[in-house]
Design a protein around this ligand. Structure first.
Ligand code: F6R
Length: 238
């Protein structure tokens, strides 16, 4: 595992964009696994400005997102499809037909999840998976649990995640209580993992994930077993 410490959020975002940009340059039709949340916003802004400057070409890039809220339509302003369109896909020359986000409206989430994983496998797996980390150690929406779950699946969000995400909704009541998330199988089978983490308040959970016991109670700890992980963080003493 490689840990790159940066002096600021801006530098973290530039370094993360360097890693993703290098992936696109090395394989122009790569499959990127993408995350939402506050942390990658700067990374996406960097990628968009590099694309506008003609330095990156997304025309053949394919993407799969980690997760989506259960019950939110793609055009709902809090949906992760909406987020991705707004912060990346509408700002680069990607073919939207090549971008996938789990379907939060699917009646049968298990069947949808199976098809999602089959698509990932059918195009050769994820080349580079971008991850953030939740305050409770979640990646995607794989919440602390008694076991790791492999396939894309439906999850109940923890109170901690509902609290953390309520900052983005009008009120806590509006935060969906469930989500569909890529499971550990597709994440761990990605050829490379890039995790971005910013802010001192994530220091303890990041330490637990990178150096603590590998346990489903800290889902991110599983990436210790992945052979090619790069963590970029502005947190000191990690
Ligand atoms: C979202 C996702 C989540 C976030 C995590 C951190 O697609 O995968 O695991 O990465 O909740 O979110 P922020 O960056 O908002 O702190």
């Amino acid at each position: 595992m490689k840990v790159i410490r940066t002096k600021s959020y801006e530098e973290m975002s530039r370094v993360a964009a360097d890693v993703i940009g290098a992936q696109i340059i090395m394989k122009n039709d790569c499959l990127l696994g993408l995350a939402t949340g506050t942390t990658p916003l700067g990374t996406y802004a960097e990628l968009a400005s590099r694309c506008a400057a003609g330095e990156l070409d997304f025309s053949k890039v394919r993407t799969v997102n980690l997760d989506e809220y259960k019950g939110l339509a793609p055009d709902h302003v809090q949906s992760y499809r909406y987020f991705m369109d707004k912060h990346l896909f509408d700002l680069v020359n990607i073919d939207k037909a090549n971008t996938r986000v789990p379907d939060g409206l699917a009646e049968d989430s298990a069947a949808m999840g199976l098809a999602y994983d089959e698509y990932i496998e059918s195009v050769g797996g994820i080349d580079l998976q971008l991850l953030g980390i939740g305050h409770d150690g979640h990646i995607g929406f794989n919440e602390p649990d008694d076991c790791f779950t492999g396939p894309t699946h439906l999850v109940d969000l923890t109170e901690m995640t509902i609290d953390a995400n309520s900052r983005l909704f009008e009120s806590r009541d509006e935060v969906p209580r469930q989500a569909v998330t890529m499971g550990m199988k597709s994440i761990m089978q990605a050829k490379k993992i890039l995790m971005v983490v910013n802010g001192e308040e994530k220091k303890e959970i990041l330490k637990a994930a990178l150096y603590g016991e590998i346990t489903p109670q800290v889902p991110a700890s599983l990436i210790q077993l992945h052979p090619d992980v790069t963590v970029v963080t502005d947190i000191e003493d990690i």
